[in-house]
Design a protein around this ligand. Structure first.
Ligand code: GUN
Length: 281
């Protein structure tokens, strides 16, 4: 039987400490979020980011743009926020409407305000084995969970399913920097289950319900489920067959309450860290 990795509880502890630190600041950190379009899930995510920021005493500014907004409109908002000293972190909620070039948008955020850690400067620093201004939030949350549960990374075979810029790609580099042996699998990977069966640490970030079946999990593996999917009954579920994998795993994250709360926790921590860098604290 696996030990449950309770991200919800870990995130709460980290945020309590962060809230105490923010309490004593005269000038509060400020997070700006740009949301463009009508994506329902994005609206929910942005609302929960705003709510969490406010609970902690972080100011939050949400800039809403319509589904038919232009590249120029988004870039102008970013220029304004880049030059506004009262704003410490800028997050552009993804996905963006199809007419928008998301790559260019992310590249125009000042790297010192890139609270998502997605700017090529910050990703490049991670790829070079250096410290970025901010680490991408979900990978940072996963590493913190492993640390919290005293799960060693060095020398382990970490298998990641998914190569997105938000999760799989940066996480692979961050685990490599922690001396794991890393394999990245994706939609074109052949013999996926043969590879996952070798994983000491198995991370699924594919967003595909039922992808990771019990027989794909090695005995004693640490299973991290980043997927957020809906079951037929409308309930949230991950990529992993939780009840199939749980008897084999040594540790496993639930969905919800596993990785999700850590992502938002990292976002708040990143906002505070960028505030400190910008204010030379
Ligand atoms: N969409 C889904 N997750 C994220 C995230 O962590 N950051 C941004 N900017 N967009 C997202």
């Amino acid at each position: 039987m696996a030990k449950l990795i309770e991200g919800k509880i870990v995130a709460k502890k980290i945020l309590e400490n962060l809230s105490d630190e923010i309490l004593f600041l005269e000038k509060k950190p400020c997070l700006a979020v740009i949301i463009a379009g009508d994506d329902a899930a994005s609206k929910i995510y942005v609302n929960s980011k705003k709510k969490k920021a406010e609970e902690l005493g972080i100011k939050s500014v949400v800039i809403e743009l319509p589904q038919n907004c232009t590249q120029q409109e988004i870039l102008e908002k970013i220029y304004t926020l880049n030059n506004d000293d009262s704003v410490n972190g800028i997050l552009v909620q993804l996905p963006l409407p199809p007419q928008i070039n998301a790559k260019e948008v992310v590249e125009k955020i000042h790297p010192l305000k890139d609270v998502d850690g997605l700017h090529p400067y910050n990703l490049g620093q991670i790829a070079a084995g250096n410290k970025p201004h901010a680490y991408p939030c979900t990978p940072k949350g996963i590493i913190r969970l492993l640390e919290y549960y005293d799960i060693s990374i060095a020398g382990k075979h970490a298998v990641i399913i998914g190569r997105s810029n938000l999760v799989g790609r940066p996480l692979s580099l961050m685990l490599l920097n922690e001396n794991a042996t890393v394999t990245v699998c994706h939609s074109k990977t052949k013999n996926l289950s043969q590879i996952t069966q070798q994983a000491d640490i198995l991370v699924s970030a594919a967003g595909q319900r039922g992808l990771v079946k019990a027989d794909m999990v090695k005995d004693g593996a640490v299973v991290i489920d980043v997927g957020i999917n809906r079951q037929e009954d409308g309930k949230l579920c991950g990529d992993v067959d939780f009840w199939g994998a749980e008897p084999r795993a040594s540790y496993i994250t639930p969905v919800p309450g596993g990785v999700g709360p850590m992502t938002i926790c990292s976002l708040m921590q990143n906002t505070f860290d960028l505030y400190k860098i910008q204010n030379k604290i």
